[in-house]
Ligand binder design. Structure first.
Ligand code: PBG
Length: 307
């Protein structure tokens, strides 16, 4: 009877698994702050993607750890960059799986910031060119959706223009529209080796105290041509997921970020929480708040629990 009257349903097809791809072969290096998540070389990534497809997940989102980093984030937009090569391999070997790429520079810059640093500060407009080039290189490699996470102003419009000019007018943009300067990204920065070497990201990511500004950020991204918008992190920002769901008639994504994942895993390891119930309850809450799509490191666990 509970099932009959249940309001919120969780399906594997709504879940997207984030994956980290690195150079080499046979590499499967566990990320210590994110147990059960790995830096994977392309061959291992393909194996992981096969599982994601078999479990019926909505897709995967790829993050790259390049061979080397520089001031210009060259690896982010190189045609033979790590993510570009990974996308080609996954689309060749696991053709039925939806592949989203994260478009950002922080994994590729030597200083770890999401954009070009000029005089000690991130130069918004100079960064747009890198982002547009990265998005086009991902599309050329076969990405199904590009997802800019940098939070530069005007990046959605710049990426849309560049994709259209390159003949990729059908590739949608999933915009990390309301992305907060959050402590909960901590474990990810170990995973992606992307912690800023000086300062922090508060000049481009949002103040956790601001909800109206988040709605404004979403509006701007939609005006610029975003097809799907995202709220990130998820659990501390459920009110914004709900507001976005009520106001905007586009698909809404939410990112249950690394810190949200690691808190549950750590508590479960200590015997303080039941891991399986915490996974399902946290994801159900995010869905109930209004997310159509959830990016989560629990995607495979959840799919197995729901089977
Ligand atoms: C890149 C990016 C970050 C995350 C996704 N894309 C880190 C950051 O902004 O520092 C975080 C994801 C997570 O914590 O799981 N800009």
């Amino acid at each position: 009877m509970r099932r009959l009257v249940r309001e919120t349903h969780l399906e594997p097809s709504a879940l997207v698994l984030p994956l980290f791809v690195c150079p080499g072969e046979g590499v499967r290096r566990e990320i210590s702050a994110m147990p059960g998540n790995y830096q994977l070389s392309i061959d291992q990534l393909v194996a992981e993607c096969r599982q994601a497809e078999a479990l019926g997940l909505g897709g995967v989102i790829l993050f790259g750890i390049p061979e080397s980093k520089d001031e210009m984030a060259s690896g982010a937009y190189a045609d033979d960059g790590i993510v570009q090569r990974a996308v080609r391999a996954v689309k060749r070997e696991v053709a039925g799986l939806l592949v989203i790429t994260d478009v950002c520079n922080c994994e590729y810059t030597s200083h770890g910031h999401c954009g070009k640093v000029v005089n000690g500060d991130v130069d918004n407009d100079a960064t747009l060119e890198w982002l547009a080039a990265a998005a086009v290189s991902h599309a050329r490699a076969g990405a199904d959706i590009v997802a800019p996470s940098d939070m530069m102003d005007g990046r959605v419009a710049a990426i849309r223009r560049a994709l259209d000019a390159a003949g990729f007018n059908k590739i949608p943009i999933l915009s990390y529209a309301a992305k907060f300067a959050s402590v909960f990204y901590g474990p990810f920065r170990e995973a992606a080796e992307s912690a800023p070497q000086f300062g922090d990201r508060r000049s481009y990511q949002m103040d956790p105290a601001n909800a109206r500004e988040a709605i404004r950020e979403i509006e701007l991204d939609l005006e610029e041509g975003a097809d799907i918008i995202m709220v990130k992190p998820a659990m501390p920002y459920l009110d914004l997921i709900r507001q976005a769901r009520d106001r905007f008639h586009v698909p809404i994504a939410a990112y249950q970020v690394s810190g949200e994942f690691s808190m549950i895993v750590a508590a479960a390891r200590n015997g303080w929480l039941d891991r399986e119930r915490a996974i399902i309850e946290s994801l159900t809450g995010i869905r109930r708040a209004g997310a159509d799509i959830i990016l989560t490191y629990f995607a495979k666990d959840a799919a197995r629990l729901l089977a």
